[in-house]
Design a protein around this ligand. Structure first.
Ligand SMILES: [Zn+2]
Length: 71
């Protein structure tokens, strides 16, 4: 998906596949193991994956979305 700050690849991670504690950059709280959430990274920086709560990413998308006429 394309936002104001670039292109982002977003993949959902199931609770069963989430086996570690991650820190969500959206709220700076932990994502506990077993919690379904999203993994987000720039397409050209796969080593830069970040783990987000789904509501936190949704909020960021609303804040960083492009104007509708920008394609
Ligand atoms: Zn969060």
């Amino acid at each position: 998906m394309r936002l104001r700050d670039g292109e982002w690849t977003v993949r959902p991670l199931s609770g069963a596949a989430s086996t570690k504690v991650y820190r969500c950059p959206g709220c700076d709280h932990e994502i506990n193991p077993g919690t379904p959430h999203l993994v987000v990274w720039p397409p050209d920086r796969v080593d830069n994956r970040r783990h987000w709560h789904r509501p936190c990413w949704d909020r960021r998308c609303r804040a960083a979305r492009l104007p509708p006429d920008a394609g």
